[in-house]
Design a protein around this ligand. Structure first.
Ligand SMILES: CC(C)(COP(=O)(O)OP(=O)(O)OC[C@H]1O[C@@H](n2cnc3c(N)ncnc32)[C@H](O)[C@@H]1OP(=O)(O)O)[C@@H](O)C(=O)NCCC(=O)NCCS
Length: 142
């Protein structure tokens, strides 16, 4: 998947927020620590460094959601970092119930809250939750 395709997918999935540009994706992918996981209609970007792996973004085309695409991408990520990283973490908006349900399935739990972190147009800002998961053998099998 090219940076331009990633950007288009990101814009579609995050329609209510600022989509990342192709240049932003290209810059991220230039980092040796950043890895892209892709599937038809979905992608995830992660950064793994010093025993920790962060999910930078996860997006599935709205026309293909609820078909297991994100679950497959999460499995790819977990499989790739098992043996390399001891913990995985990510940030999610408190009102993103779909993503929170997915991450809970993979064993992520809230370890911090950033109050009012996500600014919303014509609506109150929303807390960011920092979720963390300690990696164990067999983690990828959710
Ligand atoms: C969150 C997102 C990535 C999920 O992608 P998806 O491919 O639809 O998810 P999957 O089909 O793999 O679903 C896996 C699990 O996630 C949860 N889930 C996904 N969509 C859900 C929804 N609309 N409501 C409630 N739970 C949901 C469920 O637990 C689901 O398991 P189930 O289908 O067995 O019940 C997708 O909705 C998306 O791209 N949203 C916009 C961008 C975003 O919020 N990214 C994450 C930012 S942290």
């Amino acid at each position: 998947m090219t940076p331009a395709e990633m950007s288009a997918l990101h814009h579609a999935a995050f329609a209510a927020e600022r989509g990342w540009s192709a240049e932003e994706f290209k810059d991220l992918l230039d980092s040796p620590y950043v890895e892209a996981f892709t599937a038809p209609h979905g992608m995830a970007l992660t950064r793994t460094l010093a025993g920790e792996s962060e999910l930078l973004t996860l997006a599935v085309d709205p026309a293909h959601q609820r078909q297991g695409v994100a679950r497959g991408l999460m499995r790819q990520w977990m499989t790739a970092i098992t043996g390399t990283a001891q913990t995985a973490f990510l940030e999610v908006a408190a009102d993103n119930h779909a993503a929170r349900a997915l991450y809970a399935d993979f064993g992520f739990a809230t370890v911090a809250t950033r109050a009012g972190y996500y600014l919303r147009k014509n609506a109150p800002s929303v807390d960011a939750l920092v979720l963390r998961c300690t990696l164990t053998a067999g983690q990828a099998g959710q």
